[in-house]
Write a protein that binds this ligand. Structure first.
Ligand code: DQA
Length: 145
């Protein structure tokens, strides 16, 4: 199976950005970990990051044709983007939403997620391990189909 892993705005700064909240690992570390985990699950992954909403929408549209499932950390767009929600709904692929931090423990504006309205599952608060768990969940989901 082919999995698209998408990361939203400011996640390119992972490791440097508010490390007390998001930890010291970089996005490259997360990518390397995902490639390793995927290999063990006999899955292929494409790992991408953009600060631009429209680019994320374009990539989600690409998943319609080219991927079997999507893992997305939409970052701040989680709480604002109807466009990303619509694109995920149109993709008709299983979606796992991941957040490094526990968004429910933080500011009120982080408590709602548009993406959760379509995600098969949501993992938050477990740091980078969330990506590992999301890959395992998608692997099971796809092989039980
Ligand atoms: C985040 C949580 C969001 O509220 C925030 O805007 C982010 C990262 C997380 O991974 O914890 O940029 O998605």
């Amino acid at each position: 199976h082919k999995i698209l892993i998408l990361n939203g705005p400011n996640l390119n700064l992972l490791g440097k950005r508010e490390p007390e909240i998001y930890g010291h690992e970089t996005l490259k570390d997360v990518e390397d970990m995902c490639l390793k985990v995927a290999q063990g699950l006999d899955m292929e992954v494409a790992f991408r990051q953009s600060n631009h909403e429209g680019t994320l929408v374009d990539w989600i549209q690409e998943a319609r044709e080219s991927f079997d499932g999507i893992i997305i950390n939409p970052a701040a767009y989680t709480h604002t983007s109807v466009a990303i929600l619509d694109a995920l709904q149109a993709a008709e692929k299983p979606v796992i939403e991941v957040h490094l931090s526990n968004i429910h423990k933080r500011e009120e504006f982080r408590h709602t997620s548009y993406v959760s309205k379509t995600a098969n599952g949501v993992i938050c608060g477990l740091g980078t391990q969330g990506y590992d768990l999301a890959l395992q969940a998608l692997s099971r989901l796809l092989s039980s189909r």
